[in-house]
Write a protein that binds this ligand. Structure first.
Ligand SMILES: [Zn+2]
Ligand SMILES: [Zn+2]
Length: 230
């Protein structure tokens, strides 16, 4: 069966995302857009994922995810099969995150929000920075936790693996790449990869419609992550 996915959505925890990217708003907009599977991928953090999963219930499948910025300024989407795994990964990322205080007036708010859309906390350290880990180290840490890495928005001229490294090193064994929603695979001379298209939504209206479809035997996190490993 075909399932509609958007696996790159920022919540109000990402400083660059709108404050109304709350768990209820994201889930309800994703359902309105006709999506079956989404992922919340905040910059170097995952504090709002549990609330989004709780709000989603059985209505829409939510993959625990994070968009990590490597030392080389490459954005990597990291997906996990369960909350326990992403929380373990989060502990590693917190240790490697430089402690630069966020200035909300310049970068935006970093809200931690509960399942009722109440702001329950604020992340003080700026999340929009490189963690002190290489691309290779991040991939190793994700794979150790049985997760999957997909390089983000490879068509873009900044913060992508192609813009920063110039190519996708074959030894990294990354079979799947992400392209932006207004891009096209034809523009890239990289035929040997699989692609997913995502919205990278920072505003509610940007969340993808039924545009990126995947074929799965069953709509489970396991089935989806297996597809990205091929
Ligand atoms: Zn990015
Ligand atoms: Zn993003």
């Amino acid at each position: 069966m075909k399932y509609a996915i958007d696996l790159h959505i920022h919540s109000a925890l990402s400083p660059c995302a709108d404050d109304d990217m709350t768990p209820n708003n994201i889930v309800n907009m994703s359902i309105l857009k006709g999506l079956d599977i989404i992922s919340i991928t905040d910059h170097n953090s995952c504090d709002n994922i549990e609330a989004v999963i709780e709000v989603a219930g059985d209505d829409i499948l939510v993959i625990p995810g994070m968009e990590v910025q490597s030392r080389e300024e490459v954005h990597l989407l990291c997906y996990f099969s369960c909350l326990a795994s992403i929380f373990k990964f989060d502990r590693i990322i917190r240790q490697r995150l430089p402690l630069i205080p966020n200035d909300p007036h310049i970068f935006g708010n970093q809200y931690i929000i509960d399942h009722l859309d109440n702001i329950i906390d604020i992340r003080d350290e700026l999340l929009l920075v490189s963690v002190d880990m290489t691309v290779e180290e991040i991939i190793a840490a994700v794979e150790e936790l049985d997760g999957v890495v997909i390089p983000a928005h490879v068509d873009r001229t900044s913060y992508s693996i192609l813009s920063q490294l110039g190519f996708v090193p074959p030894d990294l064994k990354l079979p799947t790449l992400e392209i932006s929603k207004l891009s096209s695979v034809d523009k890239l001379n990289l035929k040997e990869f699989n692609y997913i298209m995502s919205s990278d939504a920072h505003h509610l209206g940007e969340i993808l419609e039924r545009k990126m479809l995947v074929d799965l035997d069953e709509p489970t996190i396991h089935a989806l992550l297996s597809l990205f490993r091929k």
